[in-house]
Design a protein around this ligand. Structure first.
Ligand SMILES: [Zn+2]
Length: 190
């Protein structure tokens, strides 16, 4: 065994089909997996494997005697588990849409009292705009600004509730999308 492929072990156990699997190594976009291991808490033993007359896999834990039957052989199962693990790793990746132009508008305007900043680009493969604005303060914190997310593809408007409530600065907002209009009114602080 070549030493360097050990580096691909990600110290994770993947639970699927009631047993545990781990990545042995990754070549290209396919993961070779080790396992199955017992999924019983505190056990994690390597399961003993046999095939029945229909080539279905039977896994037995030599430590706690747990038995699990599979409706396929070990090669088919490991191939499937490897693909599911790669899909799980891929799901954490950021999506960059090549269908969209590589726009990244980022503008800021300010005077002594207020500032506004707008960005248009993409977020997770979708056309997106973000508008923030706030009052000029010595030290800016998230609570000092209002933040709107505008999903230009699904035509949705929402504000970030962990920031300043929009009503602290404005009484309303209206966005005209291609096919719809989003309008919000806010109760202002008196
Ligand atoms: Zn066990």
């Amino acid at each position: 065994m070549i030493k360097s492929i050990e580096m691909n072990r990600d110290k994770k156990l993947y639970k699927l089909e009631k047993v545990l699997w781990e990545v042995d190594y990754i070549v290209g976009d396919s993961a070779r997996v080790n396992g199955p291991y017992c999924a019983t808490e505190e056990c994690k033993y390597e399961l003993d494997l046999t095939h029945d007359e229909n080539d279905n896999l039977l896994a037995t834990c030599p430590e706690c005697n747990k038995k699990i039957e599979f409706k396929c052989d070990l090669t088919t199962l490991k191939d499937y588990i490897g693909k599911r693990i790669m899909a799980s790793m891929r799901s954490q990746h950021q999506v960059v849409s090549l269908d969209l132009p590589p726009t990244n508008v980022n503008v800021k305007e300010e005077d002594d009292n207020y500032w506004i900043r707008a960005r248009i680009g993409q977020k997770n493969g979708k056309k997106f705009a973000i508008i923030y604005f706030g009052e000029q303060t010595k030290k800016q914190s998230p609570k000092d600004k209002v933040q709107f997310f505008i999903d230009l593809e699904d035509e949705e408007l929402r504000h970030d509730s962990s920031n300043m409530p929009p009503g602290d600065i404005i009484t309303g907002v209206k966005i005209k999308f291609k096919n719809s209009i989003s309008e919000r009114g806010y109760r202002t602080k008196s």
